[in-house]
Design a protein around this ligand. Structure first.
Ligand code: PMP
Length: 364
């Protein structure tokens, strides 16, 4: 017996982790600087870790009140009703919930190219079809309503990533509004703000006051440093209240994830430090890397380095793990996550050394 035909489904290619690379190279993970998955170099909020310890015994029960409390707390944070918050296992979980809630078989979804792979993967799992709009590298991956509308053909869902992974470009609120105005009434514009905290621009959540065809994705994986817990959420028009109960995977955001997220939301110091450090890091990388880079509003910078695979491998051998962007369709680019100041400085020095040696043909 075999699963159904999955030949259309491409596996997700994650950034490489320190444990994995350390095992391969026979090194201690502590010796590695891991800047490949846009994780938080400052770790989780200490309050979140304390909440996990405090509630460790509670894993016996299903997450009921903690989940309700997190929805209520997020609703307060965004000034929406509790029904407008769909908590999930990571923002990836919310992408699935939106696919489930919106797509009939063969409905089409429009996604950015290059872009985050899971939009298309989720659409395909839910028997949808995927088309792409191109973000033009020659235009620094600039995001306007027009860029998307050039490729738009009445799709049921349109994904916008702002800040965009892997380029770091953004779409302004005005452009999102123009896009939502120009698309059909039955098209949902999903604005993925997984990196929203790092950007210096307002969230698209404010558009939900005026309209019911926009949803926003947010996560605790990046600025809050809780990637390993898997907790994120969608902010959706409250008119869809009923849909969440019908499409969510029961208890997908775990008891400890909900407790930690609640604690992290109250730790402004940790959040501020994470944001400040990402903003410093992206400016530092752009100023000091000996390669051409793209302006980024996220906690990472995309850089054109020639042969991404060779640069990634050579940097890794020297203890710096970055993301080879070949799987994004950018085989000459790497994406460097911002680390602590010390990590970022060391990583850039190492990568510059690698670039210099490659230029000299030392690795040939
Ligand atoms: N959206 C974008 C643009 C991302 O880069 C990521 C994570 N890499 C996600 C969503 C999903 O994040 P998570 O599931 O960890 O919340």
């Amino acid at each position: 017996m075999q699963p159904r035909d999955l030949s259309d489904h491409s596996p997700y290619v994650p950034g490489r982790g320190d444990e994995e690379v350390a095992r391969e190279l026979g090194m201690d993970p502590e010796e590695l600087i891991t800047l490949s998955s846009n994780e938080n170099p400052h770790g989780a909020s200490p309050d979140a870790v304390a909440a996990i310890r405090e509630h460790a015994e509670a894993i016996r029960v299903y997450p009921k009140s903690s989940h309700a409390d997190l929805r209520a707390r997020l609703a307060e944070r965004w000034d929406v009703s509790d029904e407008g918050i769909w908590v999930s296992a990571g923002a990836d979980g919310s992408i699935d919930y939106l696919s489930r809630a919106m797509l009939e078989p063969e409905d089409r979804v429009l996604v950015p190219d290059p872009g985050f792979a899971y939009y298309g993967m989720s659409a395909r799992y839910h028997h949808g079809e995927v088309s792409t709009y191109t973000l033009d590298r020659a235009e620094s991956f600039d995001q306007t309503a027009e860029t998307v509308l050039d490729a738009y053909g009445g799709e049921r869902m349109v994904y916008v990533t702002s800040p965009h992974n892997p380029s770091g470009s953004t779409m302004s609120l005005d452009q999102v509004r123009l896009l939502a105005d120009a698309t059909a009434e039955e098209t949902l514009v999903v604005v993925d703000e997984a990196y929203g905290e790092f950007a210096e621009m307002p969230s698209a959540v404010s558009l939900l006051d005026e309209r019911d065809d926009v949803a926003v994705l947010r996560t605790f994986s990046k600025a809050y440093g809780l990637a390993g817990l898997r907790v994120g959420y969608a902010i959706v028009p409250e008119e869809w209240a009923d849909a969440y109960a019908r499409v969510n995977t029961p208890f997908a955001a775990s008891e400890l994830a909900c407790r930690a997220a609640l604690a992290a939301l109250d730790d402004d110091d940790h959040l501020d430090r994470s944001i400040e450090s990402a903003r410093w890091g992206r400016a530092y990388i752009r100023d000091h890397l000996d390669a051409s880079t793209f302006e980024s509003a996220g906690n990472f910078v995309l850089a054109a380095v020639g042969d991404a695979e060779r640069v990634t491998e050579a940097a890794q051998a020297e203890g710096v793990i970055v993301r080879d962007c070949t799987s994004f369709g950018l085989p000459d680019c790497i994406r460097i996550t911002t680390g602590t100041r010390e990590e970022t400085r060391t990583a850039i020095e190492t990568i510059n050394g690698v670039l210099e040696r490659l230029e000299l043909g030392v690795y040939a």
